[in-house]
Design a binder for this molecule. Sequence first.
Ligand SMILES: C=C(O[C@@H]1C=C(C(=O)O)C=C[C@H]1O)C(=O)O
Length: 332
Amino acid sequence: MSTSLERRRRFAVEALNRWQDHTSTCRQQDVACSATSIAETPPMLQRSDSLDHSTALSLDNIRQSLIRQEDTIIFSLIERAQFAANEPVYQSGAIAVPGYAADGRQYSLLEYLLWETEQMHGRIRRYTSPDEHAFFPRDLPPLVLPPIQYSEVLAPYAREININDKVMALYLDHLIPGITEPGTDNNYGSSAMYDVLALQALSKRIHYGKFVAEAKFLANTEDYSSLIRQQDADGLMRLLTDEAVEAKVVERVRRKAATYGQDITSSSSAPGLDNGDLADSARPAGGERGCDSAKLHYKVEPEIVAELYRTWVMPLNKEVQIQYLLRRLEAP
Ligand SMILES: C=C(O[C@@H]1C=C(C(=O)O)C=C[C@H]1O)C(=O)O
């Protein structure tokens, strides 16, 4: 093990020990480890060493990450699409669950599950990471792990940019009706569980715009700075938009959705497979496509995924980029 690795490990162990001392003192004194007390005695773990600064902000690397995230999004949609729309999951009071929104209305089952998931993940630092954004950011709990000091890749105000309300609206108003069969099938818990996974994946993809924007700003500081000084959002939109890349993204996700979501049920659609062993599962929202003599069934219609990216994911990613860039000259 290299000396620097050893040093880092020792530092982490010491930090953890200090943290445990702190929590055990709190327990002995019967004091809750509040967010404030944690913030005041931060046995910080440094994350900067693990980040390769030369490549962290290359646009190519960021685009590779966006490509990997496509798989997570498409698989979560395929999983969700096996169940009906299950509207009661999204209606306040339709399914009795604990918890109330800020306006006094009862939580829906989805809100309840998302809130509880964020409580658990929040405690183990998920939302201290610059690429994660909570749907209930005001309710995040104190950490049970020592905080991590991330290297400062983004400008300090980046954390204030959170458009998860729009992510939720696109999901409920457009995606669920698009990928599921109308009606209910009683799979409320399973539906909400996949909703949470899909929402988190979409949120990450969309807020990745912060990293894209920072990379673009660093690569062309002069042009971006002049538009930022004029607060020219339209000009920024023109400068950051790459239509050729967007066309490739749409085409790629269409092909991925077609490949990952294909039901292999006919011998001509998957030569060499013994299709008798494969379950012919329900395909509530799946489309059908002609392919030679066989019909291809899709668990999620590829065109819906392409449309999701064209109409929502990329425009919202660019909205995040604009929000980030408009303030970029505030950065020290
Ligand atoms: C993310 C980028 O910025 C914009 C948004 C894109 C996206 O969300 O996929 C693609 C191209 C750009 O218009 C990028 O240039 O890669």
